[in-house]
Write a protein that binds this ligand. Structure first.
Ligand code: NAD
Ligand code: UGA
Length: 446
C-alpha cells in the first residue's frame, strides 16, 4: 500500500467513518477519529469496535499506531489537513435528509488559518456543498477547500468495498483540491471520477436510487411470476446475462431496507419535489417496496386464514445478513403488522440488538425456540444458519410446518420433500403448497 503519509481527520465514528478511517490508515495515512458519543470513543480507545462489521477489528488493530480517537473537534482540526465529515444524515418526517449533524460540524469548526480541505463523505442532497461553502465564507472560513467524496460501501462487506471499489468519486469547487483528495486514495486500484460538487452529490443519490429501482422492479416481476407461472430466479438469471442489464441487485425478496436505500430514495424524491420536479418513478419504487414487505401477510393468511391468535416465528431481524443493523429492516414492518393482526410473534436473529424495534415480540435465543409451537416460520433475513431450516427437528417442533421464505433462501423441492408447506417469492412452480397437505405428508430422512 502507499505511504501517502497525510494526516486525515474523520468526523463521525459510525460505519462509514470507522471504515474510512481504518482503511486510510491502512493506506499509510495518520488518522484522527472524532465522535460526540463518549462511550463510542472509550470503546475505540480500549481497542474495541462499537459496530459489527466483518474484518474491521483486524484493520483497526493492525493500524493502531497510526490511529487515535477523540471527543474534541480541535484535536482533529489542529492536526489534520483533510477533514472528512462522516456523520449520519437520517430522514426527517418530511422525507428530506436531516443535515443537522453536518451543520453542527460546520458550525463548530474553529477559525483555522491554514487551508485544510473539508470533505463530505456523508450522503447529502445535491446542492449541499454550495450551501456549506457559503456558510464557510460567512464564518470567515472561505479559504478552506471543499470536496464531495461520497461513499459506496455496503455493510457486511465494507472493508472490501472501500479498498476495492468500482470507482472513487471526488467532486470539488477547485480542481487542485480535487486532485489532493484523489491522491489520498493512492494504493487503491480504481478509476477516480473527478466532477463538480453537485454532480458528485447526485452520483451518490442516483446510484442508490437506481439500485433500489432494480430491486422494486424485480420484486414486481416476481409478483407477476406468481400469477403467470414463471420463476423469477430463472427470469433474473436470463435477464442478468445481458451485459446491458447485468446480474446484480436482481434478487427478489421481501423488499429493501437498511439505513440508506429507504432514506436516500426518499431524499432524492424530496429533493426533486423541492426543486419543482415530481419524480414519479421513485414514488412507485417506494410504494412497491412498502407493499412488498406486507405481501407476506397475505401469504400467511392464504395458508392460515385469520392470523389472530396464531404464533408466527420471524427468522432474521436485521435488514440483511452479516450486520447487526436494524434500521428500516423489513422485519419491523412485518412484526408490527402481525401484532396488529393479533398474532403472537416470536423472533430470532444472531446479531440484532435486543432493543425496542419489535415491541410486543418475544425475542428468542435460538431458531428452535422461535419455531416451537409456531403456525408458520417466515424467513426475513437470509442468515446462513437458516439454510438447514427444513429439518425434522424443526418440523416436529412446529404446530403447523409452514415456511414462508421471504428471501428464496431454501430449495423448494427439498423443503416440500421434508414435509413442510412452503411459499416463497415469485417461484410459483414450487410455492403455494397447501399447508394441510404438508401436515399429512410423510417427511423424508434429513
Ligand atoms: P452512523 O449513524 O453509523 O454514524 C454516524 C456517527 O456520527 C455516529 O457515531 C454519531 O455519534 C457521529 N456524530 C454525530 N454528530 C457528530 C459530530 N458533530 N461530530 C462527530 N461525530 C458525530 O452513520 P453511517 O452509517 O456511518 O452513515 C454516515 C453517512 O454515510 C450517512 O450520510 C450515510 O447515508 C452515508 N453512508 C452510509 C453507508 C452505510 O453502509 N452505513 C454507506 C455509504 C454512505
Ligand atoms: C447500500 C449500497 O449497496 C451501497 O453501495 C451504499 O453505499 C449503501 O447502501 C449506502 O449508501 O449506505 P447496504 O444498505 O449496506 O448498501 O446494503 P445492500 O447490500 O445494498 O442491501 C440493501 C437492501 O436491499 C437489503 O435489505 C437487501 O436485502 C436488499 N436487496 C439487495 C434485495 O432485496 N435484493 C437485491 O438483489 C439486493
Amino acid at each position: 500500500m502507499s505511504s501517502g503519509g497525510e494526516t486525515i481527520g474523520i468526523i463521525g465514528a459510525g460505519w462509514v467513518g470507522l471504515v474510512t478511517g481504518a482503511c486510510f490508515a491502512d493506506l499509510g495515512h495518520r488518522v484522527i477519529v472524532r465522535d460526540v458519543v463518549p462511550e463510542r470513543i472509550a470503546l475505540l480507545e480500549a481497542g474495541k469496535v462499537p459496530i459489527y462489521e466483518p474484518g474491521l477489528a483486524e484493520v483497526l488493530e493492525r493500524n493502531k499506531e497510526r490511529m487515535s480517537f477523540t471527543l474534541e473537534l480541535s484535536d482533529v482540526t489542529d492536526q489534520a489537513d483533510f477533514l472528512f465529515i462522516c456523520v449520519g444524515t437520517p430522514p426527517t418526517y418530511s422525507g428530506d435528509a436531516d443535515l443537522s449533524a453536518v451543520w453542527a460540524v460546520v458550525d463548530e469548526l474553529p477559525l483555522l488559518e491554514r487551508r485544510a480541505i473539508l470533505i463530505m463523505k456523508s450522503t447529502v442532497p445535491a446542492g449541499t456543498g454550495e450551501k456549506v461553502r457559503s456558510a464557510l465564507e460567512d464564518r470567515g472560513l472561505g479559504h478552506l477547500g471543499y470536496a464531495s467524496s461520497p461513499e459506496f460501501l455496503a455493510e457486511g462487506r465494507a472493508i472490501e468495498d472501500f479498498l476495492h471499489p468500482d470507482r472513487i468519486v471526488v467532486g470539488s469547487f477547485d480542481s487542485a483540491d480535487g486532485k489532493r483528495v484523489g491522491a489520498l486514495y493512492a494504493g487503491i486500484d480504481a478509476p477516480i471520477v473527478y466532477s463538480d460538487v453537485p454532480s458528485a452529490e447526485m452520483i451518490k443519490l442516483a446510484s442508490n436510487a437506481f439500485l433500489a429501482t432494480r430491486i422494486s422492479f424485480i420484486n414486481e416481476i416476481a409478483n407477476v411470476c406468481e400469477l403467470t407461472g414463471a420463476d423469477v430466479e430463472q427470469v433474473a438469471e436470463g435477464m442478468g446475462l445481458d451485459r446491458r442489464i447485468g446480474p446484480h441487485f436482481l434478487h427478489a425478496g421481501i423488499g429493501y431496507g437498511g439505513s440508506c436505500f429507504p432514506k436516500d430514495v426518499t431524499a432524492l424524491k424530496q429533493l426533486a419535489g423541492n426543486s419543482g420536479y415530481h419524480f414519479q418513478l421513485l414514488s412507485s419504487v417506494i410504494e412497491v417496496n412498502e407493499l412488498q414487505k406486507r405481501r407476506v401477510i397475505g401469504k400467511l393468511e392464504k395458508h392460515l386464514g385469520s392470523l389472530a391468535g396464531k404464533s408466527i416465528a420471524i427468522l432474521g431481524l436485521t435488514f440483511k445478513p452479516d450486520t447487526n443493523d436494524m434500521r428500516e429492516a423489513a422485519s419491523i414492518v412485518l412484526g408490527s403488522r402481525l401484532l396488529a393482526e393479533g398474532a403472537e410473534v416470536k423472533a430470532w436473529d444472531p446479531l440484532a440488538e435486543r432493543d425496542s424495534y419489535l415491541h410486543g415480540a418475544q425475542i428468542c435465543d435460538s431458531v428452535l425456540e422461535a419455531v416451537t409451537d409456531a403456525d408458520a416460520a417466515v424467513i426475513v433475513t437470509e442468515w446462513k444458519e437458516l439454510r438447514e431450516l427444513a429439518s425434522e427437528t424443526v418440523r416436529s417442533a412446529m404446530r403447523n410446518p409452514l415456511i414462508i421464505d421471504g428471501r428464496n433462501l431454501l430449495d423448494p423441492d427439498q423443503v416440500c420433500a421434508a414435509g413442510f408447506a412452503y411459499d416463497c417469492v415469485g417461484r410459483p412452480g414450487h410455492c403455494n403448497t397447501d399447508s394441510g397437505k404438508a401436515k399429512l405428508s410423510e417427511p423424508q430422512a434429513e
